[in-house]
Design a protein around this ligand. Structure first.
Ligand SMILES: NC(=O)C1=CN([C@@H]2O[C@H](COP(=O)(O)OP(=O)(O)OC[C@H]3O[C@@H](n4cnc5c(N)ncnc54)[C@H](O)[C@@H]3O)[C@@H](O)[C@H]2O)C=CC1
Ligand SMILES: O=C(O)[C@@H]1CCC=N1
Length: 275
């Protein structure tokens, strides 16, 4: 890694295969943090521009620049076609970072046999704000230097968590990769619930979102865990306790969330089997 952004080391060249919702957010944050746009190439079949100064290709180049880190950011089912075109361009020091859900490291190693350094990353959408969560996993074939460099690349995106056991990758994907969708649903449901008990819809939507935002920020700064914080809102004999009692009855919320994460995890496992 020779290019240095404002505070962050970036690869000599970044080659993004696909730049949709997720990879687009990662790139946006990297550019905000000083990544030189001349060192970025995006391959996307549509050829749609990404942003000023970033090269977009609709087909693969004859070769990748020296020191390229490839970000696999297309849909998981496209890996077979992408690998056929991309693998011949890889040399031993081409680094591959894959954000493909349900695509195992063994699968990636089989498709890119020449590349030594391959890392699975599972980001989530708030990375665009530098407030995301990214889980990382690799094996001992990947060099220690590559691990450090990839971690440094991911660091400006938010929280970085190395996962020791790939068997947990679908679980962490369910929690943090899919998590923003579950939270967005929660905000929506809180607003709809407010409306259902008589608050005007637009006001309920604003209040629900601001309540979630303020509470998340508070929890992030607090010394106590969210369980203690919840009890602190609940004045003895007051309104919150009654509400919590409804939420907690028969572990309703917990059961619902376990079912939600398990369903997402199971889909990741099915995708890994090619389903
Ligand atoms: N959306 C999310 O919150 C998250 C997505 N991911 C992963 O990110 C990947 C992309 O997901 P999204 O960004 O949501 O999808 P998307 O549909 O927004 O983006 C897919 C991108 O791939 C490009 N593409 C299509 N065909 C291609 C081909 N043959 N070769 C190269 N590029 C091609 C498209 O032009 C588009 O830019 C998936 O593998 C997903 O598992 C991971 C974490 C979170
Ligand atoms: O829905 C998906 O499969 C991807 C993985 C995590 C978020 N989006």
């Amino acid at each position: 890694m020779t290019q240095t952004g404002v505070d962050h080391p970036f690869p000599d060249h970044l080659f993004l295969v696909g730049c949709g919702n997720m990879a687009g957010q990662m790139l946006s944050r990297w550019l905000d943090c000083g990544l030189d746009r001349e060192r970025v190439t995006v391959l996307r079949p549509s050829g749609r521009p990404v942003t000023d100064g970033v090269a977009v290709m609709t087909d693969y180049p004859a070769a990748l620049p020296a020191g390229t880190t490839v970000l696999l950011g297309m849909k998981p089912y496209q890996i077979a076609d992408v690998a056929v075109a991309l693998a011949p361009l890889c040399v031993a020091d081409t680094r591959i970072v894959s954000i493909l859900a349900g695509t195992t490291l063994a699968d990636l190693r089989a498709r890119f046999p020449v590349a030594r350094d391959i890392v699975r990353a599972m980001p989530n959408l708030p990375v665009g704000l530098g407030e995301g969560v990214t889980a990382l996993f690799t094996d001992d074939v990947t060099s220690a230097q590559a691990k450090m460099d990839v971690a440094a690349l991911i660091e400006p995106l938010g929280l970085v968590e190395w996962i020791a056991d790939e068997a947990l990758f679908n679980q962490v994907t369910a929690l943090s990769g899919c998590g923003p969708a579950f939270l967005f649903r929660f905000v929506d449901a809180l607003a709809q619930a407010g409306e259902a008990i008589g608050i005007p819809a637009d006001q309920a939507a604003r209040m629900a979102l601001a309540t979630v935002q303020g509470s998340a920020n508070m929890a992030a700064r607090a010394n106590d865990g969210p369980g203690v914080l919840a009890d602190r809102v609940a004045s003895p004999g007051g309104m919150t306790r009654e509400g919590l009692n409804a939420l907690d009855a028969d572990d309703r919320l917990l059961t619902l969330l376990i079912d939600t994460l398990a369903a997402a995890r199971d889909r990741g496992e099915a995708m890994a089997r090619g389903a």
